[in-house]
Design a protein around this ligand. Structure first.
Ligand code: SF4
Length: 290
């Protein structure tokens, strides 16, 4: 008999819970709400909210003038707020407080790095084109270098985009791996630059890394539930796979294959900060039924 356990630490993070509950409060009033980008990188939760009247749009130009637009937990650059004002939109700002603080720290760092004749560099360890990263870049008029990995960092130093004769400050996108961030920071220190490292990985994400490692290693197989576009889902499912090679990434119950569990005794079900608890329970029930 296969024993199925759902990870008690998985489910939405505080920032996503806050954004969704504000959207639901608004929709309870009967109005139409436009979300700038997917409110959460999870197709199942998006379709649940879509039925309640939340429509996802790619830019403020997709929102009819005078309507309400929701800014999700990832945050936005200042240009988005200006565009919303010019279209006379009501802004429901659900930027996560952790991201707001990071945006302000990046602005402060940029000012520090450009006083007294300095020409220092702000470096962001994050995914190129990710919404949170675009919001961070917007705080400094795009004048920062985004690196995804060691190769990108080396290239940026070699081609002079990062001038190591000037001071540099590095920040991380909130959902990156603490281990990978430490490796990048160590590389930067070894380059000889005067480096200030800012610890900006979200505490909820960092603690989930340690806890998920032990959860993944204590089961025969892991079913990781996350939307395909979830950056955090990719990072956390890779982490599970490192400690448990029998890790399967699924978007929902329909993607589960019975042969994954042949001859096994235990399976753990867990997910990203964008995976709703109800979906984890659905997947766990579907596996138990096999
Ligand atoms: S992962 Fe952390 S920083 Fe990002 S939205 Fe969730 S609580 Fe906020």
């Amino acid at each position: 008999m296969l024993k199925v356990e759902t990870d008690p630490g998985s489910g939405f993070c505080g920032g996503v819970i806050r954004a969704i509950s504000r959207a639901e409060q608004f929709l309870d009033g009967g109005g139409k709400l436009y979300s700038l980008g997917a409110i959460v990188h999870n197709e199942a939760e998006l379709s649940r909210l879509g039925e309640r009247g939340l429509e996802t749009v790619g830019s403020v130009d997709g929102v009819p003038s005078g309507e309400s637009v929701l800014i999700r937990a990832h945050g936005e650059p200042p240009a988005t707020y200006a565009a919303a004002r010019s279209r006379n939109l009501e802004v429901i700002d659900c930027t996560c407080p952790v991201v707001l603080k990071l945006q302000s720290r990046i602005r402060d760092a940029y000012a520090r790095l450009h006083t007294d004749g300095l020409h220092g560099t702000v470096i962001i360890f994050g995914r190129v084109g990710h919404a949170e990263v675009l919001g961070l870049l917007g705080q400094v008029g795009g004048d920062a270098v985004v690196v995804e990995d060691a190769a990108m960092l080396t290239e940026a130093i070699q081609n002079g985009r990062i001038d190591i004769t000037q001071p540099v400050e590095i920040f991380s996108q909130t959902t990156k791996s603490p281990l990978e961030y430490e490796e990048i920071c160590e590389m930067l220190r070894r380059s000889g630059a005067e480096v200030k490292v800012n610890n900006t990985i979200c505490a909820q994400v960092a603690s989930r890394h340690a806890q998920l490692e032990s959860f993944a290693s204590s089961h025969d197989a892991i079913v990781f539930v996350a939307g395909k576009a979830s950056s955090n889902g990719k990072v956390l499912s890779d982490l599970c796979r490192r400690v448990n090679p029998r890790t399967y990434l699924v978007g929902g119950p329909s993607e589960i294959l019975p042969e994954w569990f042949a001859g096994l005794s235990t399976v753990g079900v867990c997910g990203a900060t964008s995976t709703p608890k109800w979906l984890l329970e659905q997947v766990a029930r579907a596996i138990a039924k096999l």
